[in-house]
Write a protein that binds this ligand. Structure first.
Ligand code: AMP
Length: 605
C-alpha cells in the first residue's frame, strides 16, 4: 500500500514525501483509512515509535478546514516533550497547508502560549493541566471540537491526569469523534472509553500488551550486590550500545550514573531532581548521541522520544508489567532491532515468568560474560573500526616518511601486536582476574520464609526517597533476622547499625527492634530490604545471618534453634575486632572493583 492510495491531499503527500515517508507503517495502514472513512470512535493499541503520530495526524490534517477559525481538533498528550514533538510533527506534515497547530504545555511561561493563542489555531496539542488552565482563563474554547485524540492514554492515567482528562472530555461536544491511543489496556482505560466514547472500534497493532516484534528480551541472574558490575559487563560487551538504563529511585539513578561517569563511560543521569533546563540539556545530548547511556527513572524518561535505541537495560525490574512494556517499547522502533536486558537476582525469576505470560513472549536467560568474552568482543570491535576508518591521506602524508623510518625495524605482526596492546592493555588488565558474576545455587547464603522468597515485597519507592521508607517501615511487613554477633563481640545497637551499613555499602537499611544476646543479635528489617541485606551478608565469610522466625511470630530469640536455616560456617569465629579488619579489607577490595582505580575505558568517547 502507498500513501497515495490512502486518499490524502496532495499537500500532505508532498510534505511527508519530503520527510522520506515512502510506505505507511502498519498502524497508519489501519488508522488512516478508518479515520477518513468511518464515523465511529477508535481505540488503538499501539506502542510508541510505531508511527502513531502520522496515523492520527495525517487524517486530522486531511479533514480539518484551514479556513475555519476555530479549534477543530484537540490532541492530549501526557508530557511536555511529547506535546512539543507531536506539534512539530503536525507542523511538518502540514507544511503546505494553511492549518495552524499550537502546543500548550506546563513548565513554560504561560504568557508565550497566551500570545500564540491570540490567533485561533485549528489544532491544539496539549498536556491536560495547562489546557484546563487556559480553558479557565477563557483563552481556549472547545465547543467547536470535532476530533479529539488521546495519545498515550495509559501514561496519562499513570501520571495522575485521570480527573483532568475526565474534565476535558466532559467539556467537549458530544458530537466529537474520539481516537484513543494506548500501549496497554488497563481496566481504567476501558472504563474511560466506555463512559466517554461512543460505540468504538478497537484496533490492535502487534499483540495486546506485547512489545514490538523487533525486541528480544534477555535477562542475567546475579547477586543484587553485583548489579553494577553486571551492568558494566553488559555495556562492555556491547561497545556500540545506545540505550537507557532504568533505575527505581532518583538516588539509585544518580549513583549508577556517577559510577559510570567515574569509570569513564559516556553516561549521564535523568531524574526528578534536575531543573527543566538541566533535563532538556541531558535529553538533547542523548538525542544527538553525544551520550551513549542515559540512566533514568521511569518518571523522568517519560516524554523522551528517541527512535533508535539499541538497548533498554532494566537495572532493576519494575513492579508491574505495564512499566516493563513501556520501557522495552523504547527500543526496537522504526523497524530496527532492539534488546531489552534485565539484571535480576535469583528470587526475581517469578517476575520474569509473570512478564513472559503477560507479553506472550519468551525471555532468554543468558550467562553474564566472563572477562575473556568481553575482551574478545572489544578487541574485534576495535579491529573492525580500524578496518573501516577513513584514512586521511592528505593530512598524514607529511609525517609518513618519518613514521616509516622510525618503525622500519618492526614487521607487520610486531606492529599489530603493539597497536593492539596500546589500545587494549587497560581492558585486558581490568578483566584479567575478573570474577564470575553469575548467580549459582551454591552462592545461596540463607533460606528465607516462603513469603519473602516469593518476593511479595516489591520496593515501591520509585522517586520517593527516604521519607516514604520510614512510612513503609512503620506500616510494612518486617522480617526478623539473626546475626552471629553478640555482646561477646562487643555488639551494641549503634555498632550493629554501623556493621549493617558497612556490609550493605550504604545507609538505606531501616533496622528495628534490636535484641542482643551473648552470641547473637536479633533485629527486624523491612521485607523490601531483605534481599539486599541477605545478599550483602552472604559475601561475609565470618558472619552468618539467618531468618529468626517461621512465617508468623518469632521462632526463638535465644539462638538455640539456629541450625538448618542459615549459611553454616565451619570457620572458627574470630573476635569482632578481627572480623572488622577482615571486613574492611573486603570492602576496600570491592570498592576498587566497582571502578575506583581500575577503569577499563577511561578515554571512552
Ligand atoms: P511515532 O510513533 O509517531 O513517534 O513515529 C516514530 C518514528 O517513525 C518517527 O521518527 C517518524 O518520523 C517515523 N515515521 C512515521 N511514519 C513513517 C513512515 N511511514 N515511514 C518512515 N518513517 C516514519
Amino acid at each position: 500500500m502507498t500513501f497515495k492510495e490512502l486518499n490524502l491531499k496532495e499537500e500532505i503527500l508532498s510534505a511527508i514525501g519530503e520527510l522520506g515517508f515512502e510506505f505507511p507503517m502498519p498502524v497508519q495502514e489501519k488508522v488512516i483509512p478508518f479515520m477518513l472513512e468511518q464515523q465511529s470512535d477508535l481505540v488503538a493499541l499501539a506502542q510508541t515509535g510505531t508511527g502513531k503520530t502520522a496515523a492520527f495526524g495525517l487524517p486530522l490534517l486531511n479533514m480539518i478546514d484551514p479556513y475555519q477559525k476555530q479549534v477543530q481538533a484537540l490532541v492530549l498528550a501526557p508530557t511536555r516533550e511529547l506535546c512539543i514533538q507531536i506539534s512539530n510533527d503536525l507542523k511538518n506534515y502540514s507544511k503546505f497547508l494553511k492549518t495552524r497547530v499550537v502546543p500548550v504545555y506546563g513548565g513554560e511561561d504561560i504568557r508565550t502560549q497566551l500570545k500564540q493563542l491570540d490567533t485561533t489555531p485549528q489544532i491544539i496539542v496539549a498536556t491536560p493541566g495547562r489546557l484546563i488552565d487556559l480553558i479557565d482563563r477563557g483563552k481556549i474554547k472547545l465547543e467547536a471540537i470535532q476530533y479529539l485524540v488521546l495519545d498515550e492514554a495509559d501514561e496519562m492515567l499513570n501520571m495522575g491526569f485521570k480527573e483532568d482528562i475526565e474534565t476535558i472530555l466532559a467539556s467537549t461536544p458530544a458530537t466529537r469523534r474520539t481516537t484513543l491511543f494506548s500501549a496497554t489496556m488497563p481496566a481504567e482505560i476501558a472504563r474511560i472509553a466506555k463512559k466517554y466514547m461512543k460505540e468504538y472500534t478497537e484496533i490492535t497493532i502487534g499483540t495486546k500488551n506485547s512489545g514490538s516484534e523487533n525486541v528480544s528480551h534477555i535477562y542475567y541472574i546475579s547477586q543484587a550486590k553485583q548489579r553494577y558490575l553486571v551492568l558494566k559487563r553488559i555495556v562492555d560487551l556491547n561497545p556500540d550500545v545506545y540505550g537507557i538504563v532504568f533505575c527505581r529511585t532518583r538516588q539509585e539513578t544518580k549513583e549508577v550514573a556517577d559510577h559510570l561517569m567515574r569509570d569513564g563511560y559516556n553516561a549521564d543521569a535523568l531524574h526528578g531532581d534536575l531543573s527543566q533546563a538541566q533535563r532538556d540539556t541531558v535529553m538533547q545530548k542523548f538525542r544527538f548521541r553525544n551520550l551513549q547511556l542515559l540512566v533514568a527513572t521511569d518518571v523522568a524518561a517519560r516524554g523522551l522520544d528517541v527512535s533508535d535505541l539499541t538497548h533498554v537495560i532494566n537495572y532493576n525490574l519494575p513492579d508491574d508489567v505495564e512499566i516493563y512494556t513501556h520501557r522495552s517499547g523504547r527500543t526496537g522502533r522504526a523497524n530496527k532491532k532492539g534488546v531489552a536486558v534485565s539484571i535480576i537476582h535469583s528470587k526475581e525469576k517469578f517476575k520474569i515468568k509473570d512478564i513472559e505470560r503477560m507479553l506472550g513472549k519468551k525471555f532468554e536467560q543468558q550467562m553474564i560474560p566472563n572477562g575473556l568474552e568481553v575482551c574478545k568482543k572489544q578487541l574485534f570491535h576495535m579491529i573492525d573500526k580500524m578496518q573501516n576508518v577513513e584514512v586521511n591521506e592528505e593530512q598524514i602524508a607529511p609525517y609518513m616518511e618519518q613514521i616509516m623510518k622510525q618503525l622500519e625495524y618492526l614487521d607487520k605482526t610486531e606492529l599489530l601486536k603493539r597497536f593492539v596492546s596500546l589500545e587494549f592493555n587497560r581492558f585486558l588488565d581490568y578483566y584479567k582476574d575478573s570474577e564470575d558474576l553469575n548467580y549459582h545455587e551454591k552462592d545461596r547464603g540463607i533460606r528465607r520464609d516462603r513469603d519473602d522468597r516469593d518476593g511479595r515485597s516489591p520496593r515501591r519507592d520509585r522517586e520517593d526517597g527516604d521519607n516514604n521508607r520510614e512510612k513503609r517501615f512503620r506500616r510494612g511487613q518486617k522480617v526478623r533476622l539473626k546475626v552471629s554477633l553478640g555482646t561477646r563481640e562487643g555488639i551494641n545497637p549503634s555498632r550493629l547499625l554501623g556493621i549493617i551499613n558497612d556490609i550493605v555499602g550504604d545507609k538505606t537499611v531501616s533496622v528495628g527492634d534490636i535484641e542482643i544476646t551473648n552470641k547473637f543479635t536479633f533485629f527486624d528489617v523491612f521485607a523490601d530490604q531483605l534481599d539486599k541485606v541477605v545478599d550483602s551478608f552472604a559475601q561475609q565469610k565470618d558472619i552468618t545471618l539467618a531468618a529468626a522466625r517461621e512465617s508468623n511470630g518469632y521462632q526463638e530469640k535465644t539462638g538455640s534453634s539456629y541450625g538448618g536455616r542459615e549459611r553454616s560456617s565451619t570457620r572458627k569465629k574470630p573476635s569482632y575486632n578481627e572480623n572488622d579488619r577482615r571486613r574492611s579489607s573486603n570492602s576496600a577490595r570491592s570498592t576498587e572493583r566497582q571502578g575506583g582505580g581500575d577503569k577499563p575505558w577511561r578515554n571512552r568517547r
